[in-house]
Ligand binder design. Structure first.
Ligand SMILES: *Cc1c(COP(=O)(O)O)cnc(C)c1O
Length: 392
């Protein structure tokens, strides 16, 4: 026990700093209204953009697959874990993304960690946006490449790095989120692709928050900009808009051939369970059949943003359904979140160090599953609490 005293001290420090927390418990499915810690609240904090996480067709597909294939695949993909369902999922996803090949991983985080490590080497350079997701940062750390950071979406800064450093490295990989998760802004992909061509660099876009949201029928940020076939590595997650779990790389065939031999999560970690794989196939089919859900998502997002703006809130520069409501101070932000909860609305507060000091915010995540009644109820709660705390 004494050996663990350093952890006791670390946890005490969290408590002293006021950042210690207990995980809230959701007693049911991830829906528009959830039973959180036994309180019925409107859920404005999930990544379940299209409401697919408990869609009857996905549930049925998971049940059917479980009957036929069992609950686990029993091995990594390179031994006997590569069930035909996984091959089918990769085929359907490639068709949906209109790219040559897709390689699936167990999660988006796994996908970034495994892919980045596999595709660069000592003597290569990775150039990364300063606001890229934590799993990209981890992937870069695990690789043996040199890294350089450019200022958020600052194309002049990116070009400076390329100009100064390109010639000293063999391969250069530019990595960006497609949609930045804290502010909801889009990467400047046309400019990034242009610079990559000019300086002979590779491009890597993590589109976790863009897939299922942007582009034709939710085909993603690359499709939104009409850049299909021009980005070398397009990463998507199956856990957000798709509503299940998993991650993937859409790319040329040769990338897949290499990843199947060198991506460590495929070699050393058991593959996705059949229920998840089958549910995901069903989700992609739904997206290919109709844009009903993506349309509803954008309708809801526009309605809610307009409502917040009319109330006088600062909602930043989001171009997506991610809606930051800037409160400012850290304590005030957390207080706002608690007050909303007491009004029956759950939105997590996000503060330093996840976002800059003094830019504390509530991060509202709109979903196609929200009804107009949910959104009006939430707007009313925002209005009440905003006035009570002198924000509006
Ligand atoms: C959420 C997220 C991930 C991780 O995806 P999971 O499937 O939840 O592991 C990776 N990259 C970005 C940009 C994300 O927002």
């Amino acid at each position: 026990m004494n050996n663990l005293n350093y952890l006791v001290e670390s946890v005490e420090r969290l408590k002293a700093d006021g950042v210690y927390r207990k995980l809230p418990i959701n007693y049911g499915a991830c829906k528009n209204v959830i039973d959180l810690n036994h309180l019925q609240v409107v859920n404005l904090s999930s990544n379940n953009y299209l409401g697919l996480a408990n869609h009857p067709r996905l549930i049925q597909a998971a049940l059917d697959a479980t009957q036929k294939y069992g609950v686990g695949v029993g091995s990594v993909r390179t031994i006997v874990g590569n069930q035909d369902l996984l091959e089918e999922l990769e085929k359907v996803l490639a068709e949906f993304k209109e790219e040559e090949a897709v390689t699936c991983f167990q999660s988006g985080l796994n996908c970034n960690i495994g892919t980045i490590q596999a595709i660069v080497n000592k003597g290569d350079l990775i150039i990364s946006d300063e606001l890229n997701h934590a799993s990209i940062i981890d992937g870069i750390r695990l690789s043996r490449a040199q890294k350089a950071i450019y200022k958020h979406s600052d194309m002049a800064d990116l070009e400076n790095v390329l100009k100064e450093m390109r010639s000293s490295y063999q391969n250069v990989l530019i990595i960006t989120d497609g949609v930045f998760s804290m502010d909801g802004d889009l990467a400047k992909l046309p400019e990034i692709v242009h610079l990559a061509k000019k300086y002979n660099a590779l491009t890597y876009v993590d589109d976790a928050h863009g897939s299922g949201v942007l582009g034709r029928g939710g085909r993603g940020t690359v499709d939104h900009f009409g850049l299909n076939g021009e980005v070398d590595f397009i990463i998507g997650t199956l856990s957000k808009a798709i509503g299940v779990i998993g991650g993937y790389v859409a790319s040329k065939k040769i990338v897949k051939e290499w990843l199947l031999h060198r991506a460590r999560p495929l070699l050393f970690s058991t593959a996705l369970p059949p229920a998840a794989t089958a549910a995901t196939i069903e989700a992609v089919k739904i997206l290919m059949e109709s844009d009903e859900y993506t349309k509803k998502l954008w309708e809801n997002a526009k309605y809610f943003k307009e409502g917040l703006r009319k109330l006088g809130f600062d909602i930043g520069n989001s171009e997506t359904p991610i809606t930051p409501v800037i409160i400012g101070g850290e304590a005030k932000t957390m207080e706002f979140s608690r007050e909303l909860l007491s009004e029956g609305v759950f939105v997590s507060g996000i503060v330093y160090p996840t976002v800059p000091l003094g830019r504390g915010r509530l991060r509202v995540m709109i979903s196609a599953s929200h009804t107009k009644k949910d959104l009006d109820f939430a707007l009313q709660a925002f209005s009440k609490v905003g006035k009570r705390l002198n924000i509006i």
